[in-house]
Design a protein around this ligand. Structure first.
Ligand code: ASP
Ligand code: MG
Length: 413
C-alpha cells in the first residue's frame, strides 16, 4: 500500500466532466489499496478571471484581499471533486490550506510555505478517505489566507509529498512530460524519461512550462521523485529525480529557447572602479532583473558592456541606461529586442569537454552569429538574432542526437 500524492492542473479540471474523469482515475487507485492525496488547481482560466475582476475594483488591488479572492478557484474544484468521488460511492474529504494548516509567511500573492501539519490529512487517510487539497493556498500564523504565486499548486503537491513522506508525487498536466525541446519547433522532440532536478531547474528557468520552478527546487531539497505526466493518457511521463550514472553519459538533455529578453549595449564606458555599480544599481532599483552581462576590455581605458533584460522592461531600462551613460560620459547606447537565447542543458557537461565547441560549430555551420555567450556547470547559452532561433534549435537537437534515447559519446563529438 503506497501513499500517493497526485496534482491535477487547471486544464485537467476545466469542467465537471473532466473533474469526474479525474475522480474516477483516483478512485481506481484508492480501490487498489493506495492512500490517495489529491491536489487541484482552479479550473483553467479562473485565476486570470479573478485578477481581472480585482483590477476593476481597485487599480492596485489590496494584496490581502487579492489572496482571499484568488484562493476561491481551488475551493470550487476540490468541493466538486469530493462530490464526484462520493458519487462513486467512495469516501472523500476536501481540505483548504487553512484547515490543514499549510502555514506560510505573510508575503501575500507569493507566500512561501514554512511548514505543513500532516495530522488532519493522516487522520482522514487512516479513516479510509481520499483527501483532496486545494492547491496554491496557505495561511499565515495569524490566520490570514495567502497564495503561493501563480502556478503554485505544483509547490503545494511537492510540499505535501515531502511532509507526508509520500511514496510518489505525480503532476498531471496537458502534455505527456518534459521534452528534449519544444515539439512545436522541432518535430523530432522526444519525451525525456528521467531528468535530474538540476537539469529541470535549468530547463524550467529557460522557459519549459511544464513544472513550476519553485516546486522543482523543493523536490530537490527534500528528494521527492516527481512524475510529470498527462491526464489524458495512461502513458508514463517524465521522472524528475536525483542524478544517476545514465544521465551523465547523456551529453545534453535538452535544448531550449527564450524570446523574452532584449539586449542593451553601452559603448566606450570609462573603465574605472564603480562603473558597473553605477550602471546596474538604478536598473535593479527599478525592479528590472538583468540576466547576462558581458564586459569587454578595450585599449585606452574604455570598455563596452552588453547585458540582457526582460523584453517588457526594455524601454524603461533604455531610459535609465541613457541617463547613466550621459552622467558617466559613455559614448553610445544601443540595443535590440529581436534576440533569442538558445541554451543546451545537461549534467553530462560536467565531465566532458568540447560540448561548447560543438554548439558553436553547429551555429557557425548554419551561418548564425553568436552575440553573447554564458555558461554554467550544466548549461551553455548563446544569444543570437531572434529570426534564427527555430533553425538553431533544430540544428542543435540534431547535432546532439536528442531524438535518440542514448548516444554513445564518440558519436556526438
Ligand atoms: N490557479 C493558480 C494559477 O492559475 C495556481 C495553479 O494553477 O497552480 O496560477
Ligand atoms: Mg501549472
Amino acid at each position: 500500500m503506497a501513499l500517493i500524492v497526485q496534482k491535477f492542473g487547471g486544464t485537467s479540471v476545466a469542467n465537471c466532466d473532466k473533474i469526474r474523469n479525474v475522480a474516477k482515475r483516483v478512485v481506481k487507485l484508492a480501490q487498489f489499496g493506495n492512500r490517495m492525496v489529491v491536489v487541484l488547481s482552479a479550473m483553467a482560466g479562473e485565476t486570470n478571471r479573478f485578477v481581472e475582476l480585482a483590477i476593476q475594483m481597485q487599480k492596485l488591488p489590496d494584496q490581502r484581499e487579492m489572496d482571499v479572492l484568488l484562493s476561491t478557484g481551488e475551493q470550487v474544484t476540490v468541493a466538486l471533486f469530493a462530490m464526484a468521488v462520493r458519487d462513486e460511492g467512495v469516501e472523500c474529504v476536501s481540505l483548504l490550506g487553512d484547515q490543514i494548516k499549510i502555514v506560510t509567511d505573510s508575503v501575500h500573492t507569493k507566500a512561501r510555505i514554512k511548514h505543513i501539519d500532516s495530522e488532519l490529512i493522516n487522520h482522514h487517510l487512516d479513516a479510509g478517505r481520499i483527501v483532496v487539497v486545494a492547491g496554491f493556498q496557505g495561511v499565515t500564523e495569524s490566520g490570514d489566507i495567502t497564495t503561493l504565486g501563480r502556478g503554485g499548486s505544483d509547490t503545494t503537491a511537492v510540499a505535501l509529498a515531502a511532509a507526508l513522506r509520500a511514496d510518489q508525487c505525480e503532476i498531471f498536466t496537458d502534455v505527456e512530460g518534459v521534452y528534449t525541446t519544444d515539439p512545436n519547433v522541432c518535430d523530432k522532440a522526444r519525451k525525456i524519461e528521467r531528468i535530474s532536478y538540476d537539469e529541470m531547474l535549468e530547463l524550467a528557468s529557460l522557459g519549459a512550462k511544464v513544472l513550476d520552478i519553485r516546486s522543482v527546487g523543493l523536490a530537490k531539497r527534500y528528494k521527492v521523485p516527481v512524475h510529470v505526466r498527462s491526464t489524458f493518457t495512461e502513458t508514463e511521463g517524465t521522472w524528475v529525480v536525483e542524478e544517476d550514472k545514465n544521465m551523465e553519459s547523456m551529453l545534453v538533455s535538452g535544448v531550449t529557447y527564450n524570446k523574452h529578453e532584449a539586449r542593451i549595449t553601452i559603448t566606450r564606458v570609462p573603465d574605472t572602479p564603480g562603473i558597473a555599480s553605477r550602471l546596474f544599481t538604478p536598473i535593479s532599483e527599478a525592479g528590472i532583473v538583468v540576466d547576462m552581462i558581458i564586459q569587454n576590455t578595450r585599449s585606452g581605458n574604455l570598455t563596452d558592456m552588453t547585458f540582457t533584460v526582460p523584453r517588457p522592461d526594455y524601454d524603461r531600462a533604455m531610459k535609465i541606461v541613457e541617463g547613466v551613460a550621459r552622467d558617466i560620459g559613455a559614448e553610445r547606447v544601443s540595443g535590440s529586442k529581436d534576440i533569442a537565447k538558445i541554451s543546451i542543458v545537461g549534467v553530462g557537461m560536467r565531465n566532458h569537454s568540447g560540448i561548447a565547441n560543438t554548439m558553436f560549430g553547429v551555429l557557425a555551420r548554419e551561418g548564425i552569429n553568436i552575440l553573447m555567450i554564458s555558461t554554467s556547470e550544466i548549461k551553455i547559452s548563446c544569444v543570437i538574432e531572434e529570426k534564427y532561433s527555430e533553425l538553431a534549435v533544430r540544428a542543435l537537437h540534431d547535432a546532439f542526437a536528442l531524438d535518440k534515447d542514448f548516444v554513445p559519446l564518440e558519436q556526438a563529438n
